[in-house]
Ligand binder design. Structure first.
Ligand code: GTP
Ligand code: MG
Length: 195
């Protein structure tokens, strides 16, 4: 897809705040700090569009980004961040679950895992949940610039094994630093959308 427009659209906590139209939504999920907001910025070539931080827990609401007046990228808070209070954790999970469980416009879930680490139990739960809901899924291994290419295959195997990934599902290696994987991921999105 050629990006003609990529704008912040709105931020939501409650379901009543989600966009009212029925454009397809690509939701980006994964642990805090895995690189969700950075990936969105790389995909649309806009550095500061989604706010990023080296401190986990940067994204705390659901942010909708309007792409080409055609679809939304949906940046969600991360899960699994140990250093927040129980109440805060519960409120983030509610925000994420409300969206994932009820949003009919949800077209594809992009599950991000850090290429360097074995996916966590939470990642596995998320993958299984997406599959159970019959949503389209793409797994993205982020921060590919952090390991050498010679190590890729080993890490791919670890990720596929832990998630028990279906052979039909795609795993894409990605780096927001180098844009590695960007074209491949757009190719996949375009395919899913039939464009
Ligand atoms: P939360 O909003 O807290 O859930 O985090 P997030 O998943 O949105 O992560 P974010 O995009 O804010 O990135 C977290 C940190 O990882 C930042 O310091 C980024 O610069 C860094 N980072 C993200 N992607 C990459 C990447 O591909 N390569 C490298 N080297 N660093 C990355
Ligand atoms: Mg974020």
């Amino acid at each position: 897809m050629i990006i003609r427009k990529a704008d912040f659209f709105l931020t939501a906590v409650l379901k009543s705040q989600y966009p009212l139209d029925d454009r397809p939504e690509f939701a980006f999920v994964g642990r805090s700090n895995v690189g969700k907001s950075s990936l969105i910025n790389s995909m649309v070539n806009r550095k500061g569009l989604a706010r990023t931080s080296s401190d986990p827990g940067k994204t705390r609401t659901i942010n909708f980004f309007n792409i080409n007046d055609f679809l939304y990228f949906v940046d969600l808070p991360g899960y699994g961040y140990a250093r927040v209070s129980k109440t805060e954790k519960a409120s983030w999970s509610k925000i994420i679950e409300d969206y994932l469980y009820t949003r009919n416009n949800l077209f594809c879930v992009v599950l991000l895992v850090d290429i360097r680490h074995e996916p966590t139990d939470d990642d596995k739960i998320m993958y299984d949940w997406i599959k159970a809901r019959d949503k389209k899924v793409v797994v993205v291994a982020t921060k590919a610039d952090k390991i050498s290419k010679g190590q890729y295959q080993k890490h791919i195997s670890i990720i596929k094994k832990k998630l028990v990934m279906d052979a039909e599902d795609t795993l894409i290696l990605f780096s927001s630093e180098t844009k590695y994987g960007r074209e491949e991921l757009w190719g996949l999105f375009d395919n899913m959308l039939g464009i």
